[in-house]
Design a protein around this ligand. Structure first.
Ligand code: O2Y
Ligand code: MN
Length: 628
């Protein structure tokens, strides 16, 4: 298929030449034509996802100063992008759910009335692509044509986004071919919001990172539409990711009886050759990428990566929950990734990567905090300024990113391409907790597991998120990503009991527990394979557990700690349940759940009560006063 420019679309009633388009899909053609009339680009280009197209776009971005080619001897095929300093992260305050009824968006989303928001968007999108090229980007989330996969089309005026979508999704010719006339797709309209020509025809120069102070990331769950304006960055702009694969897909999943989740997916193989598939949800800054690419320290165990961020899970014909990673690449946080913390990721990043907001070394390579123990003596920081270790600010932006194809990951599993997905044996819920939450605990049953997911909270690590160390409730790590009422989402999870014959077991994990002296009690990273081993042994029925008020934890001697420097006292502390602290936790949870009012499922309230019931007798009572 060729890239077919359609021009011109600048005049009000100039429709694109439909005859030169590479599809017969009337709905798609109509949407593209209407969008071109609204946004008024200079030309329309249908993307085919080819290498030639990638080469053309990257060369164009290098010429425009958007991309800097890295030293080919150090980082072949790789580029560095520096964003506008005001466009460095997802913008939750400008992320909207426009459902007809406010209560359907729930108390944790920014709701907007759909018609009013549509009017507002028509205003900002009107003429927003003047002087630019409008790219039509057909893509598939999940292997093209798979039973769990879905199609989308993004329209964007950002070549950086086209290149990102090529890495993160199955983008181009094949996806377009799958869009047979009448096939449904999710339309996703994106603009950086920086037209080069104004309404009276005056032209301005482009900038390396065009964006707009006014931002919208808007979702219309009922009509399955996405609109994003003003940002070229990550989840705001690569609309297949958080917008489609989580916010819109969560709504589809609820209606159709499946799950769209903020979860990594792993294949774990035991020394005996038995394979287990695990899905795991973690709020940000809990080492999700490290777990997705874990190198087991336990001899004979193998861990392969299927996904690092999102899982779509659907009841399969075999009565099991089958998962695909809908993405085709990784958009990961660079700072903190190093040879000691994630050697697999470091190998993955050796070539063919687009880095965003990392620092640049003097010999044309990238660097970020945590890559090496000692920083280089001199760098150019993410804003393009000279930097030395004495500089007061970090060299890389704390949210600096890499975008890389999953095929580059040394631990990638062949199952990434299996359209039927993998059968999920266990679901893990994690958080960053210095106290209370044990290293690992197994839920008593499915509804207890759903309660565990609903109860996730994590300590904040970045000042930008609020007060460092403060607990943030993030049920299922889905708080910013559920496209409907979170209490209804809990109910949907509970309803999977009726839909899946062989449900996965559920576990909570916490690698971050600390002792009274502030030390981490568990070494983490590759040693987390010991926890995975216990989980897999539980699944095959060969590992023992003891009951606690918060779930089943490894029975003494059942967690393999051979060769580890974890003292018996630390091991006990890793699984200690302090009844008074947990009762306080139950109170905090109850207060947090109260926002959902009567929509909170009775099973969730019931598990909260059961928790209190189990804890109360364990609280040390003050000694009775001595008789006079
Ligand atoms: O999407 C972004 O712009 C940054 S946040 C992000 C990126 C990749 C994977 N997950 C996340 C997240 O916030 O969960
Ligand atoms: Mn994520």
């Amino acid at each position: 298929m060729t890239t077919a420019p359609i021009r011109p679309t600048t005049a009000q009633d100039d429709a694109p030449q439909l005859s030169s388009t590479p599809t017969d899909h009337r709905g798609l053609l109509d949407w593209v034509r209407r969008t071109a009339l609204l946004t008024q680009p200079d030309e329309v280009v249908w993307c085919d996802g080819s290498q030639a197209e990638f080469d053309r776009l990257t060369a164009q971005m290098v010429a425009a100063g958007t991309l800097l080619p890295l030293n080919p001897d150090k980082r072949p095929g790789s580029f560095l992008a520096r964003t506008d300093p005001g466009d460095v992260a997802r913008v939750e305050s400008r992320t909207f759910i426009a459902s007809r009824r406010r209560e359907d968006a729930g108390p944790t989303n920014n709701w907007r009335e759909p018609e009013a928001l549509r009017e507002e968007l028509a205003g900002v999108f009107s003429g927003c692509m003047r002087g630019r090229t409008m790219y039509v980007v057909p893509f598939s989330m999940g292997p093209v044509g798979g039973p769990i996969s879905r199609l989308g089309v993004q329209i964007t005026d950002s070549p950086y986004v086209v290149v990102g979508m090529r890495t993160m999704t199955r983008m181009g010719e094949q996806a377009l071919a799958a869009l047979a006339p009448g096939t449904t797709f999710v339309p996703a309209l994106h603009s950086v919001g920086y037209p080069l020509v104004d309404a009276v025809g005056r032209r301005r120069e482009d900038v390396p990172w065009p964006c707009n102070d006014l931002k919208y990331v808007a979702h219309f769950p009922e009509s399955r539409e996405i609109f994003s304006f003003g940002s070229g960055y990550g989840g705001n702009a690569l609309l297949g990711k958080k917008c489609f694969a989580l916010r819109i897909a969560s709504v589809l999943a609820r209606e159709e009886g499946w799950l769209a989740e903020h979860m990594l997916v792993l294949k774990v193989t035991s020394p005996e050759g038995r394979a287990f598939h695990l899905a795991a949800a973690f709020p940000s800054a809990c080492g999700k990428t490290n777990l997705a690419m874990l190198r087991p320290t336990l001899p004979g165990w193998r861990v392969e990566t299927i996904g690092d961020d999102i899982a779509w899970m659907r009841p399969g014909p075999d009565g099991r929950l089958r998962a695909v990673n809908p993405e085709a690449g990784f958009f990961g946080v660079a700072p903190g990734t190093g040879w000691s913390t994630n050697p697999t990721a470091m190998r993955m990043l050796e070539r063919d990567v687009v880095f965003t907001n990392t620092a640049l070394t003097d010999d044309g390579d990238v660097w970020w905090e945590g890559m090496t123990e000692q920083p280089p003596a001199h760098l150019t920081d993410w804003r393009g300024r000279s930097w030395t270790p004495d500089s007061p600010t970090p060299a890389a932006h704390p949210n600096a990113r890499f975008t890389v194809s999953a095929a580059r990951c040394p631990s990638i599993a062949a199952e990434l391409e299996d359209p039927e997905g993998v059968p999920i044996d266990a679901v893990l819920f994690g958080g960053r907790r210095r106290s209370n939450v044990p290293l690992v605990a197994e839920a008593g049953d499915w509804s207890h597991g759903v309660f565990m997911g609903a109860s996730i909270s994590s300590e904040q690590t970045a000042a930008a998120e609020g007060t460092v160390g403060r607990l943030r409730h993030d049920p299922f790590a889905m708080l910013p990503f559920t496209g409907y009422d979170m209490a209804d989402y809990f109910a949907h999870w509970l309803s999977m009991r009726e839909r899946v014959e062989h449900l996965p077991r559920v576990y909570s994990v916490n690698w971050f527990r600390r002792g009274a002296d502030g030390r981490f009690l568990w070494p983490g990273f590759g040693e987390n394979s010991r926890v995975l081993e216990w989980i897999c042994r539980r699944l095959e029925g060969s590992a023992g557990a003891r009951h606690t008020p918060v779930g089943w934890v490894p029975a003494p001697g059942e967690l393999d700690v051979a060769g580890l420097e974890v003292s018996p006292a630390d091991l006990e502390e890793l699984f200690a349940v302090d009844p008074a602290a947990w009762l306080a936790e139950a109170d905090a949870l109850q207060e947090w759940f109260a926002r959902f009012g009567s929509r909170l499922p009775a099973d969730i309230e019931g598990h909260l009560e059961l928790l209190r019931w189990r804890l109360s007798p364990l609280v040390a009572r003050p000694a009775a006063p001595a008789p006079a």
